[in-house]
Design a protein around this ligand. Structure first.
Ligand code: COA
Length: 368
């Protein structure tokens, strides 16, 4: 029997910090209000020229190095994102090219802030069936580019960043133990970027009426989130045959400190059982859970053998929880230097573009 283990992890956040004090200069708000209502103190914002695939590549390379896995051995790259670089091609394909994952299929997964949990479960399912051995799952966001910086209801909440997991097959029991994935499209209007898709393609009208920004009914999303966090955690634990007491650490989606407090109350667990870093990054959507996992490992709060739950919610509406036994890198015979593959990947990518260009000239078609 095959198990899907989390064997590598990595994160990347932009250097630029936007504090509550900075926001006080932009909209009518206060540091006190933001801290009290959300727990957020600061968030990271991508600089000009820094995009989701850049952050994703950086997080992915760290995760691969941690797992001691060559990008050429990956068979699948899933990028969960709510702010892809384009409608298509998938941001996952841009990352696949940059890291040199030459044998991997790549696609984006759209389930808003629950996307990382959905993506880990998709990769784990593929591994457990024996369809593949090595997968890379990324959550990456530049939500700051969809935020209306004049709307105090939303601009205080979101930040940019990326996190990644490597999942690998092993006959050793452990890894991803269970997952519950849920949705309720009747709440689709509660959190959305209304325009830019095929229903409301970009036009002067959509731009001027702010339809390309994040729109949110904060109170309704809050009520929904507090309801589903504890409930889905319990469901995932039940499927895994675990009790709440068995859990070492819960890593929730970092949207609002009060939502995490409500989940703790719902599960009758102390807050110490929850990883919280929303104060430093705000809501980074699909990236929030893997970033929190990376910092939990760094802080020594997550060790091999620990039972954990990842739990999140988001637009859609979507929500989900995933129970896992933490593994860490699998034993390896040789040390892989992942960075050296990046140079090869760049050369390979340039070479392929060049060949396409020359073929275009030869066959009368210019394609770069
Ligand atoms: N600064 C100061 N006042 C603000 C404000 C801000 N940044 N944003 C809203 N307010 C005001 C409101 O206008 C409202 O004023 P009013 O009573 O005069 O209308 C008042 O504060 C209370 O607003 P309310 O929406 O009830 O606040 P809240 O306690 O629900 O907190 C959120 C607002 C957005 C922080 C909270 O609802 C929330 O976190 N919701 C979930 C959002 C989320 O997680 N989204 C992502 C999901 S993945």
């Amino acid at each position: 029997m095959l198990y899907a283990h989390i064997t590598g992890w990595g994160m990347a956040v932009p250097e630029t910090v936007l504090t509550n004090a900075d926001l006080e200069k932009m909209v009518e708000t206060s540091d006190e209000w933001i801290r009290e209502r959300t727990g957020i103190v600061e968030r990271r914002i991508a600089r000009e020229g820094e995009y989701p695939a850049d952050l994703a590549t950086s997080a992915a390379l760290q995760a691969l190095q941690m797992a001691n896995l060559s990008p050429a051995d990956l068979e699948l790259v899933i990028c969960a994102t709510s702010s892809p670089e384009h409608l298509f091609p998938a941001t996952a394909c841009l990352v696949q090219d940059r890291i040199g994952a030459v044998k991997a299929g790549a696609f984006d997964l759209s389930a808003a802030c629950s996307g990382f949990i959905y993506a880990v479960q998709m990769a784990a399912q593929s591994i457990r069936t024996g369809a593949l051995k090595n997968a890379l799952v990324i959550g990456t966001e530049n939500l700051s580019r969809f935020v209306n910086w004049n709307d105090r209801n939303t601009c205080i909440l979101f930040g940019d960043g990326a996190g990644a997991f490597v999942l690998q097959a092993s006959e050793r029991p452990g890894g991803v133990l269970s997952a519950v994935l849920r949705s309720d499209g009747s709440g689709a209007n509660l959190l959305s970027v209304p325009a830019g898709g095929s229903r409301f393609p970009a036009s002067n009208e959509t731009v001027h009426s702010g339809q390309h920004f994040i729109h949110m009914d904060g109170r309704e999303v809050f009520r929904f989130a507090t309801r589903v966090m504890a409930q889905s955690t319990r469901e995932a634990l039940q499927v895994a045959g675990l009790k709440v007491e068995d859990i070492h650490l819960i890593i929730p989606h970092q949207a609002n400190y009060r939502i995490i407090e409500a989940a703790a109350r719902g599960l009758k667990l102390p807050l110490e059982k929850f990883m919280v870093n929303v104060n430093r990054y705000g809501n980074t959507s699909t990236a929030s859970i893997p970033i929190a996992v990376c910092e939990a490992v760094q802080d020594g709060r997550l060790n091999p053998g620990d039972k954990i739950v990842l739990v999140g919610f988001g637009a859609g509406l979507t929500w989900g929880a995933l129970a896992a036994e933490w593994t860490g890198p699998l034993p390896a015979e040789r040390r892989v230097n992942v960075r050296s593959f990046v140079w090869l990947a760049r050369l390979r990518s340039l070479y392929r573009r060049l060949i396409r260009f020359i073929e275009g000239l030869l066959w009368g078609r210019r394609e770069v």
